[in-house]
Every structure is written in C-alpha cells, then in structure tokens.
Design a protein around this ligand. Structure first.
Ligand code: MGP
Ligand code: SAH
Length: 258
C-alpha cells in the first residue's frame, strides 16, 4: 500500500517536471534574428508560424502587420478550394498582404491578381510566392484597391481588409463599419461592381446580422454562406461566400496534397 503511494508521488513529480520543462522550452524559444526587437505581440504569431505557412522554414518572410493579419494556411486552402470548385479562372485578392491567400489561390486557379497598397507587403508576398513555386501565376500590383477597382476584371473577388489591428477582439460585436480603410458596406459595393462572387474573411466577433444584410444590397439578393474557420480547435475568423461561390462545392485537386 505504502509502495504504491510512493509510486504515485514519483509519477506526480515527474509530471510536474515535464510541465515545468515544457514551459521553460516555450519561454526559451527564440525569435530569429530578423524578427528580434519587434513588438512582443508578434511572438504569439511566430509560435503559430507553421500554421500560418507550412513551408515557413524555407524562407518565408513577414513584417509586423503581416504576422497578425496573414490567413492561416489551412483556411487559405479552404478559400482556394471553393474557388477551384466554382471553376474560377481569375481571382482578385484585393488586400493581399504577405500572400497567405494569394499563394493558395494560385495553386488551384489559373491566375491571381494580388493587390496591396503597401509596397513592402508586395515584396514579401513575391518572396513567399516563390517559395511555393506559384509566382508566375500571380500579377502583383502595388496600389489602392478602391482606385483600381473600376479597371479590374475577375471571376471571384477576395476581401480580407485590415480589421484595425489585433485589438479587434476587445469589441463585443464587431461592426462592418470598423473595417479599414472603408466600411464593409462601401467595400462590398465596390467589389460587387466587379462580380457578385465575393469572399470576405472577417473577424470571429463580426455582427452576423450586418453580414447577412450585405446580400440584400443586390436584387435579387445574393446567395450567402457563412463559415466559421477553426485551427487547432480555435475559431480564427469567419468566411462569408456570396453569389455562385456560396452554392458550389469545394474541389480537391491533387496538387494540394503535395
Ligand atoms: P488573432 O485573434 O489576433 O489571433 O487573429 P489568435 O491567435 O486567434 O489570438 P487569440 O489570442 O485571440 O487566440 C486570428 C486570425 O485573424 C489571424 O491569424 C489572421 O488570419 C486574422 N486577422 C487578424 N487580424 C488583426 C486581421 C486583420 O486586421 N485583417 C485580416 N484580414 N485578418 C486578420
Ligand atoms: N490575406 C492577407 C492579409 C491581408 S491584411 C494574407 O493572408 O497575407 C490586409 C492588407 O490590406 C494589409 O497588407 C494592408 O497593407 C492592405 N491594405 C490596406 N488598405 C489597402 C487598400 N486601400 N488597397 C489595397 N490594400 C490595402
């Protein structure tokens, strides 16, 4: 009886030691040189680096905004498969950032137009697209989406605008009015002039009633599908599909298993 108690205690101690060691390892995990000195906030995202880009170690590069805004690869793949399923030839990624989405679109669609107002983002997105071997299928454009919109043609418009930084989650119900640089309704109307097939990637606390109302901006109302995006059991964001893309099934091309 006494022996078994002792055994249990040893086991508990070992467990404690393992937990402590794990915590220490997490603390000691170092940021690579190029990321040192950046806002500590970025460290949280760096720890998720392989969820953001599976090929992170091959030379993926991000800046501060890129770290907290990039769409995790698993979610970007879902967006891309939906486009492939609808037979979309050209996808316009209007807020391309460091390329998280544009890269996945390029893997399964014929062509991607990737726009970002920040020239540094486009340099990073080009670097990252090269790592995935899809740079030739992406037209990179430095520019303001709202100015470029009247001249753009494409089968699907993808919108993942700035949400106002990581503090978006302190808001109870995130209104579409808080999207940057323009409110969600204006953004949607500009996009709709290009095509009714629109995908929006939005905060997990977004006001779903407002989202639903977007589909009523057109007559007859657009089909709409709302999807929660979970990575490792955590809800990361909400994707809204409008138009034909809301009713198509995702397709699973061979290429994505490689
Ligand atoms: P998060 O909530 O900041 O991270 O962003 P996380 O790890 O869920 O933090 P937690 O502490 O709340 O658990 C979740 C995801 O939202 C990010 O991985 C990005 O894909 C996306 N995201 C976050 N921001 C601030 C933006 C943004 O401004 N624009 C876009 N397009 N996506 C964003
Ligand atoms: N989906 C992207 C992240 C987008 S973050 C990814 O996976 O990497 C939003 C991006 O919108 C930022 O990079 C920001 O520079 C860009 N942006 C802000 N205003 C813009 C505008 N008016 N036109 C185009 N891009 C803009």
């Amino acid at each position: 009886m006494r022996r078994s108690k002792k055994k249990r205690r040893i086991f508990k101690n070992n467990k404690l030691r393992i937990i402590k060691a794990k915590k220490r390892a997490l603390k000691e995990e170092k940021l690579p040189e190029e990321e040192e000195g950046v806002n500590p906030l970025v460290k949280k995202y760096w720890r998720q680096r392989y969820d953001l880009f599976r090929r992170y170690d091959e030379g993926i590069r991000l800046d501060e905004e890129g770290w907290f805004s990039v769409t995790p690869e698993e979610i970007a793949v879902r967006h891309a498969l939906r486009c492939a399923g609808s037979g979309a030839g050209v996808v316009i990624d209007c807020f391309a950032g460091v390329g998280g989405n544009a890269i996945q679109f390029a893997r399964v669609c014929n062509h991607v137009i990737a726009i970002d107002i920040d020239p540094k983002k486009i340099v990073l997105a080009m670097n990252n697209a090269k790592i995935y071997g899809v740079q030739d299928r992406i037209d990179f454009i430095v520019g303001d989406f709202f100015q470029l919109a009247p001249s753009l043609k494409g089968d699907v418009v993808f919108l993942s605008p700035p949400w106002g930084g990581p503090s978006y989650k302190t808001i109870k119900k995130f209104s579409l009015d808080l999207l940057k640089p323009k409110d969600g309704h204006s953004l949607f109307q500009v996009a709709q002039a290009i095509t009714p097939n629109i995908i929006m990637f939005l905060p997990r606390n977004v006001d779903l009633l407002e989202v639903d109302q977007l589909s009523w901006l057109s007559s007859p109302p657009l089909d709409i599908e709302i999807e929660g995006n979970v990575v490792r059991g955590n809800l990361k964001g909400i994707t809204v599909y409008f138009g034909d893309i809301a009713i198509t099934q995702p397709c699973f091309p061979q290429i994505l298993s490689s």
